[in-house]
Design a protein around this ligand. Structure first.
Ligand code: GAL
Length: 379
């Protein structure tokens, strides 16, 4: 009996493996099936997790320059287009490769030593200092995603080179601005060792009440996926996934954009959101994030508020149509308000070759009651 069963089981296992890998193969390429974004030399644009903004007579597109293979960074790339380019059709724009504006270095011990990870670079023009300031998610060489820091770099010209100013974790020694004395007193009683198991109801409650805030209080708060936002009143905000990717923080930047004022707010504590992108429309801030599934796409999460300070309300994903449940295979990086419209810019990650990750840019419009809508690419 046993000998008769064995070949049957072996072929059943082989069939299952085969089916699984067939499915895997059928699903995966579909996810990456978007066309390349070609630069003026006909090469796919190697700028990911980035942002686009207009400065003077140019559109500036900064993004992660990634290797063909592997996960560490090469640096930050710049592509430009004339300000006259039609940004409602960004993939038809002739993007010119301006090379690396910041490169990883070979100096041992530098925060951006080769082997580090630089993600989601965002650049702001600082009018009073007449310089560009770049903020980016930085992971130190050989430490995986443990360091969870923010890097700051500056340049007098758009084309760089950007020079690393410093790297830090935000808001060491600061409580969220809206934490009351009672909130602080309670958070200080929360101890990591009292929660051996994650994802339980008491653990989630403790996260919302500041378990990880308190854990990281002295060292500074973790900062991973991130964006930046300059408000109408000139204040600039760094918005990032903190507390082990469980809670988004919106932290005000100092007027030189090179540090934090200490004023900060938490958004959806314990909600596990990342890849934040933000746009302000008719006085409402709309924050569009993803869930936390690494390079794999998931359903977008939408929040709104009348103030960065909150309160924030969660809404259903604005994505509609085929593929909406997985944000069409993409994960957001930036909201480009180009004057005549808004583009939701997203990355279709290809972890087998990050350099070849695709760009998916979709119009974000508003329905008759003022809620955002993103219509998919295949409608
Ligand atoms: C994603 C994140 C990316 C990158 C990746 C690494 O969730 O949005 O920027 O950090 O994880 O696995």
């Amino acid at each position: 009996m046993e000998t008769k069963l064995r070949p049957y089981l072996v072929s059943l296992a082989a069939l299952t493996l085969c089916t699984l890998s067939l499915f895997g193969q059928r699903q995966r390429p579909r996810q990456y099936d978007y066309p390349a974004t070609l630069d003026t030399e006909g090469k796919h644009v190697n700028a990911h997790g980035g942002s686009i903004f207009r400065h003077g007579d140019q559109w500036l597109w900064y993004g992660e320059a990634r290797p063909e293979r592997g996960f560490t960074s090469v640096g930050v790339a710049l592509y430009t287009a004339p300000a006259t380019a039609d940004m409602s059709q960004p993939q038809t724009v002739a993007w010119q490769n301006r090379g690396l504006v910041m490169s990883v270095v070979d100096e041992a011990g530098s925060p951006i030593e080769r082997g580090c990870i630089i993600e989601r670079p965002k650049v702001l023009w600082n009018e009073s200092d007449k310089q560009f300031v770049m903020l980016f998610h930085l992971e130190l060489k050989g430490r995986g995603y443990d360091a969870a820091m923010t890097g700051f770099a500056t340049s007098k010209t758009a084309e760089g080179p950007f020079v690393l100013h410093h790297a830090q974790r935000p808001n060491a020694g600061k409580w969220p601005t809206d934490f009351t004395e009672a909130d602080i007193a309670h958070a200080k009683t929360l101890k990591i060792n009292d929660f051996k198991e994650w994802w339980t109801a008491p653990w989630r409650k403790a996260i919302a009440e500041g378990l990880f805030l308190w854990r990281d209080f002295e060292a500074g708060q973790m900062s991973r996926d991130m964006t930046v936002f300059t408000d109408d009143d000139g204040t600039a905000w760094h918005i990032f996934s903190s507390e082990d990717n469980l809670t988004i923080h919106a932290a005000e930047l100092t007027s030189d954009y090179l540090g934090y004022t200490g004023r900060y707010y938490r958004i959806a504590p314990g909600g596990q959101n990342e890849a934040p992108t933000i746009v302000k429309h008719n006085g409402t801030y709309w924050l569009l994030c993803s869930g936390c599934t690494g390079w794999d796409p998931n359903e977008a999460r939408l929040f709104s508020s009348k103030s960065i300070a909150g309160p924030w309300t969660q809404h259903p994903s604005p994505c509609q149509g085929r593929g909406a449940k997985r944000t069409y295979g993409a994960q957001g990086t930036w909201m480009l308000n180009y004057g005549n419209g808004i583009l939701f810019m997203a990355d279709v990650w290809n972890p087998r070759s990050l350099a070849n990750s695709r760009h998916l840019w979709l119009p974000l419009t508003f329905d008759t009651v003022g809620n955002p809508i993103v219509t998919g690419p295949n409608q």
